[in-house]
Design a protein around this ligand. Structure first.
Ligand code: FAD
Length: 302
């Protein structure tokens, strides 16, 4: 059996595996898609000490770093079940069962897509999901934020300080964000809020050049010219497979303490699949290291 089995091969899983292996304990890592969300990222400018890199390049160095150590890397494998018997058992989609004394869940999350024409086509060409990551790329430009919940309104406030103008589009007749956020939003001079509107299409040629929406009460179709669209309609943690095991928030995020421990002794979690509030590469790497040290502490006490 493994001492530590990491599920997930994004920055948090890679970091957890390295920290565990450096303790000289038997470590395995299972990843459906090694690299995770970083694989889908074009330009990364906030991975501290590296001024600029690209997702696939960072993933290649992550993998190289993991392979420096005696870690069993199981790529293109999906975990579908976690169970505790004498040891923890993780069942893979291919039928294999892996056994381990402790488990670190690092299965990340995915941004909910709008599902309108233009969204896929213009990803990384004006369609963005992370204001902390991509906000500065739109300096001086006009952008839209789709979604009037807390994350949408926070994104609009954040972007308003960087870009020229922000148009926020909300499907429902009212914004769902907290009152304090709405107050702050409405106090900003370069923000327009459109409520009760449905986004129809993101338009463009090489890059985004506009957005088409329908006013839901009149049925009238309108078009705005702009250069960027931030989709903020939810980040979904990849934790469905854990149904009935570790404790999760109502959003499906695994609840962890400051050691990265879940409610099940011996099961730890890290990165975007947890209730850590901020979802970033550098933060998920820190949280992977934290969970590995938590797991090591658990192992030497049990
Ligand atoms: P993920 O990266 O989501 O990795 C999850 C891993 O788990 C993957 O290997 C996945 O295949 C695997 N997995 C999932 N389910 C299973 C399963 N059941 N069995 C086995 N494996 C499974 N952050 C920044 O700091 N800077 C940026 O510039 C930046 N830009 C971004 C741009 C885009 C387009 C996106 C989508 C995100 C961006 N982020 C950026 C956010 C950053 O990528 C994430 O915060 C970070 O990748 C989270 O790491 P993670 O390891 O927790 O999860």
């Amino acid at each position: 059996p493994y001492d530590v089995l990491v599920i997930g091969g994004g920055p948090s899983g890679a970091s957890a595996a390295i920290y565990a292996a450096r303790k000289g304990i038997r470590t395995g890592i299972v990843a459906e898609r090694f690299g995770g969300q970083v694989l889908d990222t074009m330009s990364i400018e906030n991975f501290i000490s590296v001024k600029h890199t690209e997702g696939p390049k960072l993933v290649a160095s992550l993998e190289e770093h993991v392979k420096e150590y005696d870690v069993d890397v199981m790529k293109s494998q999906r975990a579908i079940r976690l169970e505790k018997n004498d040891l923890f058992e993780v069942e893979l989609e291919n039928g294999a069962i892996l056994k381990s004394k402790s488990v670190i869940i690092a299965t990340g999350a995915r941004w909910r897509n709008l599902g309108v024409p233009g969204e896929q086509e213009f990803k990384n060409k004006g369609v963005a999901y992370c204001p902390h990551c991509d906000g500065p790329l739109f300096e001086g430009k006009h952008v839209a934020v789709i979604g009037g919940g807390n994350s949408g309104v926070e994104a609009a406030i954040d972007l308003a300080g960087i870009v020229k103008h922000v148009t926020l589009l909300e499907f429902m007749p009212e914004l769902k964000a907290d009152d304090v956020l709405q107050k702050r939003l409405y106090s900003l001079p370069n923000v327009t809020v459109l409520k009760n509107v449905q986004t129809k299409e993101i338009t463009g040629t090489d890059n985004v050049n506009g957005i088409t929406y329908v006013e839901r009460d009149t049925g009238e179709e309108k078009h705005i010219e702009l250069q960027g669209v931030f989709v903020q309609i939810g980040l979904v943690p990849n934790t469905d497979w854990l149904e009935g095991t570790v404790e999760r928030t109502r959003f499906g995020e695994i609840i962890v303490d400051k050691h990265g421990a879940t409610n099940i002794p011996g099961v730890f979690a890290a990165g975007d699949c947890t209730n850590n509030p901020y979802k970033q590469i550098i933060i998920s790497m820190g949280s992977g290291a934290n969970a590995a040290l938590g797991a090591f502490d658990y192992l030497i006490r049990n």
